[in-house]
Structures are given as C-alpha cells and as structure tokens.
Design a binder for this molecule. Structure first.
Ligand code: SF4
Ligand code: ZN
Length: 437
C-alpha cells in the first residue's frame, strides 16, 4: 500500500527511471519509498487512478510536486496543467491552445481556463455551505430547469465558451459542453496551505459544497478531480458537502469513511418515476439509481441527505408520502431539503417542451399551468406544507426552501415560510462542529 509509514499528507513524486532502458515513472512517497511504475505517455486519468487503487483513502498523487513534462511540447509542468480527452498531460500553454473535442454523444470536452478555486457562496442562506468548489463549467446532465446557465458564470463568459468549446449560446446549448478544471486538487492544496481565515456563518457552518454549478461525479474525469479536492479539504479539516445526481459517487466511499464525519453526501431526488424525471433531466442517471447509491453510502456509515428538488405539480400528497417514507426507511438521512419547481426563468419554456416531447403530456400540462402565479403559489404552498407535515409524522428532519417571490404571495402563511427560509439552524446534525474540526 503506498503511503505506508509516511507522514500525514503524503505526496508522491514521479521520477524518471532509466535502468530498464525505457523511460518510466516511479511513484514515490515523501520518504523516497517506491510504490509502483507508470509508463509514458503519462495519462492524467491513470495517475489519478494510481492513487485510488494503490493508496490509502486520503492519499493523492500530486502533479505539481512532480517533475513532469507536457506530453505535447515537453516543457515542464510548472504552475497549471490540464489534459486531452484521452488523458495526455498538457502544460497550461498547450491546454489553452486546444479547441474542444466532441464525443460520441455530441458533448464538447475541453479545459476550463478559470482561475477560480474556492469561492465564497450565498448558499449559506439555504443552510448548505459557506464555500463552493465547481470541478467544471457546464454539465452533461442538461437538466432543462437548471438555473446555472442563467448565472453570470455562463452568461458573462460567452466569448470564452465560444473560443474554447465552439459554444454559440451557453443557455440553449446547456448540456452539450463540459470544461474541466483538472488542476483543481493541486491548486486547492496550495490555497488551503496558505489560507489563514475561514468563513463560518451560523447557517453555513464553514462547509464547502462540491458542486453547485455542475455534477461533480458525472464522468470519470470530473470524479477524479472531485476525489482530489475532497481529499485535500479533509486533510485540512474542512467540512465537505457533496451534491450529485450520479451513482458513481459510491466509488469514493473509502474517502468519505476516512473523513470521519467531515463529509456528507446528498443527491437530488425529486420523485422516483424514472421516465418522468428523464423527460426533463435528459442526461442524468435515473433517480432510482441515485437512491440505491445513497443507500449504499448511508449503510457505510457516512452522513447522507436528500435534496428533494424540484418536485413536480403532478405529485400529490400520497406520492410525497411514499417518497419520504422511502427516504426514511432506506437512508435515514440527516435532512431532506425540499423545494417545489419554479416557473420563473428563461428555461421554463424549455422544461415544458421537453416534457411534452418525451410524451409526458400530463407533466407538461401541469407545468404549463404554473405560469399562472396564483396557481403556482397554491401548488407550492400545498407541497411545502405536505412535506413538512409528513416529515413530522415520519420523524424525518425536513428543511423547506420556499422561494422569496412565493413568500410575498403566501397570504396568512407568509410569516411561517419566511421564518423557514431565514432560519439559521439546520435540522441537520452535520458537521460535528469544527471547533471539534
Ligand atoms: S445536475 Fe445540476 S448542474 Fe447539472 S444540469 Fe442538472 S441541475 Fe444543472
Ligand atoms: Zn505543452
């Protein structure tokens, strides 16, 4: 096992080896112990997997601390790096010169030039976190209702998306491009080593959420970046919240367990009708598979939560009870966050059309009716209240996320929903507080 006997935060250096006559790379730990070999050309995916397959859960092979060269121009990998779709390690100059490559699904993959590493976030208002890390720009799940393409991260970066990935319209083409931040784990490690202050509000509790603007386990490359980031955060004793729709998250159960309560894992599960969900989340894995994955993680003793969001107008009280009962029985989550679907935003029309095109006529009709504000307010009130009541019945901790605009029109119940929205305390027993951390 690599890393055995080394100090905490073991880092493995890849050094050239010439005794066999061919170029090889040795994976070494800080004490010089050799733990295996890698053959050229260096493949970033393989390097990442080496740590996973041969290390302890919190081990990571550092690229920036190794003396590596770009597979294209042979220059040193000094400060930043990325890779081609097939994994060839690239220096930053070569990475910038490349235009995206399209895969068989028509998704363009390339490097994200952003400098962002760890960003403070307003999501503490939802009791989620104080910081976010996004491992990529874009998301191949392509959920039709997704708010991310209408945020500045996409809207203000039209020129970059055009030049790097050939994207003409970041919103309309959402789901068809993915720009990875391959060097995030290495840069995050440097940043955390230097960081002297840490934001920690009562409602955000210093938590780092991965990811808010993409799915951090949507494919192997994204998952490898995520694993590296989680390892660094845990080594620096920072609490982490994972949110994903991808069952592939189970690949990192070893890391979550080793984190000893510093990592919570959640998934968005609005309902368990796979066909209905697929109609408006066309690229995402089925919700039944998400539930299975979360159950496996929960059974491993890792804290889990559910984002029951966004629920649909076709779900009545009994449907909501069935769903919440399954959460209770199979996951026993620390909390279920709940939010009804919101018809505002430029992409709602796309959501309705997608449901109709997929043959989900009833869903399309009911979504369409939500454009009427009063109807939407009634539907939201009914679902939020039902989820709260059923949660009480089942002894299941619930945290509602009522929309601000909804509250304005919620009449006599406005005060209750306002309090729910603004509450500083989450019902979640996570993290075990960092003064302890
Ligand atoms: S998984 Fe999340 S980020 Fe990705 S498209 Fe769906 S809602 Fe947006
Ligand atoms: Zn290069």
């Amino acid at each position: 096992m690599i890393g055995q006997g080394t100090t905490e935060g073991s880092i493995y250096r890849l050094a050239p080896e010439s005794e066999s006559g061919k170029v090889e790379y040795l994976v070494k730990d800080q004490d010089g112990g050799v733990h295996g070999k890698l053959d050229p050309p260096l493949d970033l995916g393989q390097i990442r997997e080496f740590g996973r397959e041969n290390g302890r859960p919190l081990d990571r092979v550092s690229i920036l601390q190794s003396s590596l060269n770009c597979t294209h121009c042979d220059n040193d990998i000094a400060e930043r790096f990325s890779a081609t779709s097939s994994g060839d390690l690239l220096c930053w100059n070569c990475a910038q010169d490349r235009i995206g490559e399209e895969d068989a699904r028509g998704v363009t993959h390339t490097t994200d030039p952003t400098k962002a590493i760890l960003s403070t976030s307003a999501l503490h208002h939802k009791n989620l976190c104080n910081y976010v890390i996004n491992v990529a720009t874009g998301c191949t799940h392509g959920c039709k209702f997704c708010y991310v393409p209408s945020t500045p991260n996409i809207k203000m970066r039209g020129d970059m998306l055009k030049s790097h990935a050939g994207v003409d319209d970041g919103q309309a083409e959402w789901g068809s491009y993915l720009l990875y931040r391959d060097d995030l784990p290495d840069r995050l490690a440097q940043k955390l080593d230097r960081k002297r202050t840490w934001e920690q509000t009562k409602d955000g509790r210093g938590v780092v959420m991965i990811s808010s603007g993409t799915d951090c386990y949507q494919d192997r490359r994204a998952a490898q970046i995520t694993r590296g980031c989680v390892i660094e955060l845990v080594k620096h004793e920072k609490p982490v919240r994972i949110l994903t729709r991808s069952p592939a998250v189970v690949r990192d159960i070893d890391v979550f367990k080793a984190a000893n309560g510093l990592v919570t894992v959640g998934s968005s599960i609005p309902c368990l009708d796979d066909e209905k969900v697929r109609s408006i989340e066309p690229g995402a894995p089925a919700p039944s598979a998400r539930l299975d994955a979360l159950e496996e993680i929960s059974n491993a003793g890792v804290p889990v939560y559910v984002s029951m969001s966004p629920t649909y107008p076709t779900q009545d009280r009994e449907d909501l009870r069935d769903l919440l009962t399954k959460f209770k029985e199979r996951l026993d989550p620390d909390v279920v966050f709940h939010e009804p679907i919101n018809p505002r935003g430029g992409n709602f029309q796309m959501t309705v059309e997608a449901a109709r095109e997929a043959g989900q006529e009833e869903l399309a009709d009911e979504l369409d009716k939500l454009r009427d504000r009063d109807h939407w307010v009634e539907y939201s009130k009914k679902q939020l209240t039902a989820v709260r009541d059923i949660g009480d019945d089942l002894d299941l901790p619930i945290h509602l996320w009522p929309d601000k605009e909804f509250i304005k029109h919620a009449g006599d119940d406005a005060e209750f929903f306002r309090r729910e929205r603004e509450k500083m305390e989450s019902p979640e027993d996570y993290p075990k507080l960092p003064s302890s951390a």
